[in-house]
Write a protein that binds this ligand. Structure first.
Ligand code: FE2
Ligand code: FE2
Length: 213
């Protein structure tokens, strides 16, 4: 499936259409849990923003000779750190106490599918980035009307940024695949299928990118 492919069917109980890159919408039960556990949601969200900045920085080191990529990742890292500051500012306002949370399974399971050697590795890393950003975008859109007040307002604002970010990664993935002469769409399909499985299967640990509670 490509970014411009028609949306797949959503999950029962969810009236929203699914994001074009994703194969399944966020289950309504996850949105309900997010509303009930907004403190954990915010703490993990702050972690996700930090991790997004850190991933962008590590890609700048991994592909230092590619100035188009490093320029885009530098801008992305700065933006993700600004998001981190927005989330932690809101946590302070709402008296949410920061705590150390173990990461969920989502990113680690996606990373397991990433090839160990180049040039496939670069394509895979960019596809992973695109899917994670697309899911964040889809989750902010799902949460914004459900979580009222300042948290909903923040998510509404961040939704647009994540929509831009997934396109940055997807364009870099397409470019890397084209340059190396390797398949792009079948690999996107493979990652999107795994991503959808992680989102729709049962997950014991609630996090920003967790599966069905
Ligand atoms: Fe972000
Ligand atoms: Fe992002």
């Amino acid at each position: 499936m490509t970014a411009s492919a028609p949306a797949a069917g959503g999950v029962a109980g969810s009236p929203r259409s699914v994001h074009p890159l994703l194969k399944a919408a966020t289950p309504a039960s996850w949105v309900a849990q997010a509303c009930a556990e907004s403190d954990v949601l915010l703490i993990d969200h702050a972690n996700c923003e930090k991790k997004a900045a850190s991933t962008a920085l590590s890609l700048m080191f991994a592909y230092a000779e590619d100035l188009e990529l490093t320029g885009k990742m530098s801008r992305l890292a700065r933006e993700e750190l600004r998001h981190y500051e927005q989330v932690t500012k809101l946590m302070k306002t709402l008296a949410v106490v920061p705590q150390r949370l173990a990461p969920g399974r989502y990113a680690e399971r996606l990373r397991r599918l990433v090839a160990k050697s180049e040039p496939q590795r670069e394509v895979d890393l960019m596809i992973c980035g695109a899917l994670i950003e697309a899911r964040s975008c889809e989750r902010f859109a799902a949460l914004a009307p459900a979580v009222r007040g300042p948290i909903g307002d923040l998510f509404q604002g961040l939704h647009h940024a994540e929509a831009r970010h997934y396109r940055v990664y997807l364009d870099l993935a397409r470019r890397a695949a084209h340059r190396a002469g390797i398949g792009f769409h079948p690999r996107v399909e493979e990652f999107a299928a795994l991503e959808s499985e992680l989102i729709t299967s049962r997950d014991a640990v609630f996090r920003f990118h967790s599966g069905t509670p």
